[in-house]
Design a protein around this ligand. Sequence first.
Ligand code: GLN
Length: 334
Amino acid sequence: MAKYPTYGREEFPYGDEEAFKQVFFEAYENGREMVGCGKVADYIPELRKADYRSFGICLLKKDGSFLSHGDVETRFSMQSICKTVMLAVALRSFGFAKTFSHVKMEPSGDSFNSIIKLDTASNLPYNPMINAGAIQIASLLSTRFSFEELLGITKSFCMDDGITLNRAVYESEWETGDRNRAIAYLLKSKGVLQADPQQTLDLYIRMCSLNVTAKSLAGLGLILANDGQNPFTGEQLVHPRHIRTVNSIMFTCGMYDGSGEFGVKVGIPAKSGVGGGITCGVKGRMGIGIYGPSLDEKGNSIAGITALEHLSHLMHLSVFDYHPIPENGEKGRE
Ligand code: GLN
């Protein structure tokens, strides 16, 4: 077992960079010890090639300082994390009312690729963070944006010009994406899909196949944490009220049917992908990006969740934490 932190909950020495680093490395070690307890995704054959032992975390703060360790430069497909970007772009382009006339905003409680509720309980997908909801958003976006335009937007959201399409993952998902095809055609049969199913799926699968790193996901997290603004360039990428919506949906639905437990134990808006990535925005403070392709049974990075629990607990990162975190190095109000 990794060494458990020496700080009690009330004693964390805020402003002490060494203590901050110690907690960070403990979190990393705790996560790394879990890699053997999960499994790399295999339903998209190309994803099987990932090394289950890979693990990297990057924390990026508003002042530009960052802490990173492990496999933070490794490129991997962002998978469902693109749902966060697509929702933000939909809100920015079509507004709140129109976007949510195409998809609901309720946790589904089912696995990310489930089709059950879409057939039986509702004509609209439950939320934009499950496949059905993201396919619906992709159909809306495809009426206005090309893939190249969305790639450019993703690069700016992630502060990473190196993002490209992972063609092998894209082709692999096209060949084996029968469930997603079923979802798209079911949406079409209900008359709610906004574009041709093939065109919609092509955009959705391309977005899932974008190659990011833990560092790029920390960049995306920082934009989410910073009310939609890039703190380094001052560029406002998305209006704060839309980022508020994205963060809310991430909080309730971003970790699929593990969102409730994650909300209680970690308490940070986050989005995972079956490629092993997680992006988190800690409101007003930092972005966290993770790569750990060994997944738990819900499809979330097992090492990533373990490390985030540790970080959140020790650094009081939950949105519901009762200790305000002062930036000036003094101890928080009791
Ligand atoms: N591309 C994947 C799919 O559609 C995304 C799923 C995920 O990351 N959970 O199945």
